[in-house]
Design a protein. Structure first.
Length: 160
């Protein structure tokens, strides 16, 4: 968030995710809590679980509508929106925001194969910023990562 506060007035930062409600522990919960305690507006909804035609358990949790509604509401009071997504479904949202006279920056990456940015979204954006170019500003310092505990085998395991 600090990287964007340096570039101008940051009104609000949102994070959108669907959560599986019946899970005892969710691996994303520590991230959600950290974001919530550090100034982000966290928007969640329950993920939907279903079985596909092949009998596989699938989870669906699309947050596109929530993001689009929030962006349109915020466009009344801001002049520049930054969206971290490469989803081509947001192209129409970007067009609508631009018709309202707002600038829209899209942050995603082209460094993966296939690229994580839809070509039409990239073309529509006023600015495309590759996530890799922000790594030094928003990436986690490797020294801050928790160290994995090293297992030490008892001495009796080495005796013959």
């Amino acid at each position: 968030m600090k990287a964007f506060q340096k570039r101008g007035y940051l009104l609000r930062a949102y994070y959108y995710t669907a959560l599986i409600e019946d899970q005892e522990y969710s691996s994303i919960r520590p991230l959600i809590d950290w974001l919530d305690y550090n100034g982000y507006k966290v928007v969640t909804k329950p993920a939907k679980e279903f079985t596909d035609s092949m009998g596989r358990r699938k989870i669906k949790g699309n947050m596109d509508i929530e993001l689009a509604i929030d962006a349109m509401e915020q466009s009344e009071t801001v002049d520049h929106l930054v969206i971290f997504s490469g989803d081509g479904d947001f192209t129409t949202l970007v067009e609508a925001l631009q018709r309202k006279g707002r600038k829209v920056s899209i942050i995603s990456t082209m460094a993966t194969q296939p690229p994580m940015i839809a070509d039409d979204l990239r073309r529509q954006a006023d600015h495309f910023i590759d996530l890799l170019s922000l790594k030094s500003e928003i990436g986690r310092d490797p020294s801050e990562r928790p160290q994995k505990p090293v297992e030490i085998a008892p001495a009796s395991d080495f005796e013959e």
